[in-house]
Design a protein around this ligand. Structure first.
Ligand SMILES: *Cc1c(COP(=O)(O)O)cnc(C)c1O
Length: 364
């Protein structure tokens, strides 16, 4: 049996009729950019997350960099972010010329909230909290620090559509929630897409102007903006998928719980949930010291795994000029060397999962 780390077409087939009807409807509508599907999705998604507004954008990275741009964050400013994130989180900061200041993660793979305060300086303008692998971060601690030091709070929710801290959805805690609808995300489109969720009406309006070349009224450009629009086809398909998001997330939770209760290899560290935090299980990440041997063993059994992420941003070639050496973020680097994402996807059968579980438990 061959098992991929992720499979995208099974959820598509489950709702195939709905997706295809919507795609045809959009294709036949003659309206392909900023029409009623985008407006409807923005309303639906804001309601789902629990914010007053949502603005559709072209990608998760755009959501991040445009957010920092509109918050006025620039060269000389510092933004606190966790060391073990996908590099796009960091690019959202550095595209604006600002400096990322890295905090080590806790045992739940999210920002260690006990280590934030020591990183705050005169230049700190914001905290970017990443709800990594689908689990909500400890938002009470982080909100407290943002209030105490008058910092912006930005959430990178690209992996956490629907995850909650104390029964409140991520993306509704800070000034801006940034989302990606890249196909492999829990709320994935069939191409690129992104959005921000905000409560501030004025800020929501500025996102709408910025994404459309800085114009609210056609050919009346108020500022130099970007072309970063969620398109009608993706918005239409997202409207279909959003209706099923909770059931898709629940299915992943069942698979995750099955892994948790059945994987019993003594060398494997299973993921854990922090008090008050839920996960939508974007990824099921284990840790093992003999990682290369395990990957090779699973490959022989045709079980594919992935590493999220093998090179932490501070050691990436793209950020060589920041001058970090290995050893400077030891926990982040330890995770980069030991984490492994097991196969988990909507539509995964018990038989497929049992094959993975039994293979893991037999690893010598
Ligand atoms: C996917 C992802 C992004 C970037 O989203 P894109 O839509 O691919 O640009 C940003 N941050 C995190 C944590 C992600 O997982």
């Amino acid at each position: 049996m061959e098992i991929q780390q992720n499979v995208l077409d099974r959820q598509y087939r489950r709702y195939q009729d709905e997706y295809e009807a919507k795609a045809l409807q959009v294709l036949r509508s003659g309206q392909y950019i900023l029409g009623q599907e985008v407006a409807q999705f923005e309303e639906n998604f804001a309601r789902y997350i629990g914010t007053s507004y949502c603005v559709g954008l072209a990608s998760g990275l755009d959501a991040l960099w445009i957010t920092f741009k509109l918050l006025g964050i620039q060269k000389g400013d510092e933004v606190i972010v966790q060391g073990n994130t996908y590099i796009a989180s960091v690019m959202g900061i550095t595209i604006n010329g600002a400096t990322p200041v890295f905090v080590e993660p806790d045992e739940f793979y999210n920002m260690d909230t006990r280590k934030i305060e020591e990183k705050i300086t005169e230049r700190t303008k914001a905290i970017l909290v990443v709800h990594l692998y689908g689990q909500a971060a400890k938002m009470d601690d982080i909100q407290g620090l943002c209030q105490k030091y008058q910092l912006y709070l930005v959430e990178d929710c690209a992996q956490a559509h629907g995850a909650m801290f104390n029964d409140q959805k991520v993306g509704s805690f800070g000034d801006v929630g940034c989302f990606s609808f890249y196909p492999s995300k829990n709320l994935g489109a069939f191409g690129d897409g992104g959005a921000v969720t905000v409560n501030n009406e004025e800020l929501a309006k500025r996102f709408k102007i910025f994404r459309n070349y800085g114009s609210e009224k056609r050919y009346h450009n108020q500022i130099v903006g970007a072309n970063s629009r969620l398109d009608e086809l993706q918005a239409g398909l997202l409207n279909v998928k959003l209706k099923h998001l909770d059931e898709l997330n629940e299915e992943r939770e069942c698979l995750a719980k099955r892994y948790m209760s059945r994987i019993s290899h003594p060398e494997i560290a299973l993921p854990r949930l922090a008090p008050g935090c839920t996960s939508i299980w974007h990824l099921f990440v284990i840790r093992i010291k003999r990682r290369t041997q395990l990957i090779n063993y699973l490959e022989e059994k045709q079980i594919r795994t992935l590493i999220h992420y093998p090179i932490p941003p501070h050691l990436s070639e793209a950020y060589q000029t920041m001058g970090y050496q290995s050893g400077q973020l030891p926990i982040t680097e330890y995770f980069a060397n030991t984490v492994l994402s097991l196969p988990l996807y909507n539509g995964m059968s018990e038989q497929e999962q049992d094959y993975v579980i039994n293979s893991l438990n037999q690893f010598q």
